[in-house]
Design a protein around this ligand. Structure first.
Ligand SMILES: NC(=O)c1ccc[n+]([C@@H]2O[C@H](COP(=O)([O-])OP(=O)(O)OC[C@H]3O[C@@H](n4cnc5c(N)ncnc54)[C@H](OP(=O)(O)O)[C@@H]3O)[C@@H](O)[C@H]2O)c1
Length: 224
């Protein structure tokens, strides 16, 4: 079973690689800097680490061609995990460049990746790692760029699920929990191990009628 994970060099992405590897899946991971991704190299070897910058459309297109070559266009699981946090809290007048960059990486990048890979995604389980912070009905104030980008990613996932279901493609949005990583901070509620275990359990048990939905690492639905 071929698994492709973006942002695989640290945090939740790296832990997903480790756990899929332990289960004997064939894992490919992206990194902005494969040569510096030593932990990821120890897991899957340099040959399976493909460079990818989600803010750069050319990089995404090149990544997709490389993945199609390496997997013979058979991708069983695709995990859009790479993301940035944007400006935290409420900075008053936001920096529009930060909003644009956060949108590029968190929302537009995953859409382009799915679109460039579309011919290889028939029957694939696509996981967009989103956030509860992208829930419109649950939102509070602040963290505007991140919340906007994840709400847009959720819309993209729901939209593409309708477009791609004729090819038996399943697309879900999974919130990984509040996780102790560089992004989540050391005071976060759960470990990467617990988050990745829950996400993988959900992926392995996914059914077609779950496609187009939004839930957390425990499998609990989240309102849009
Ligand atoms: N941690 C949490 O509490 C939490 C909560 C809700 C949702 N999430 C979501 O979970 C996912 C993983 O988060 P995390 O906590 O593991 O974050 P993290 O530790 O900050 O790791 C982020 C990953 O994304 C990569 N990345 C950042 N910008 C990129 C770009 N332009 N192109 C390609 N890769 C890029 C990073 O690569 P570099 O090393 O090159 O920067 C890194 O591999 C994200 O989608 C995040 O939004 C996390």
């Amino acid at each position: 079973m071929n698994v492709v994970i973006t942002g695989a060099n640290r945090g939740i992405g790296l832990e997903l690689v480790k756990q899929f590897n332990d289960k004997d899946y064939n894992v490919y991971g992206s990194s902005r800097n494969p040569l510096a991704s030593t932990e990821l190299q120890e897991e899957i070897g340099l040959d399976k680490i493909i460079p990818l910058d989600m803010s750069d459309t050319n990089s995404i297109e090149t990544f997709c061609k490389q993945i199609q070559n390496l997997t013979n266009s058979k991708i069983d699981i695709l995990i859009n995990n790479a993301a940035v946090r944007g400006e935290k809290g409420n900075p008053g007048i936001p920096d529009p460049n930060v909003i644009r960059e956060t949108f590029n990486i968190n929302a537009i990048g995953p859409v382009m990746l799915i679109k460039y890979l579309a011919d290889s995604l028939h029957g694939t389980k696509i996981i967009n790692i989103t956030s509860g912070m992208g829930s419109i009905s649950r939102t509070t104030s602040g963290d505007l760029s991140y919340r906007m980008s994840k709400a847009a990613l959720n819309m993209a996932g729901r939209n593409l699920h309708i477009e791609m279901k004729e090819h038996n493609t399943i697309i879900v949005q999974i919130h990984p929990g509040w996780v102790r990583t560089d992004m989540g901070g050391m005071n976060a509620a759960i470990s990467t191990e617990e988050s990745a275990k829950g996400i993988i359990n959900s992926i392995e048990n996914l059914t077609p009628n779950q496609s187009g939905t939004f839930f957390d690492y425990k499998g609990d639905q989240i309102p849009w």
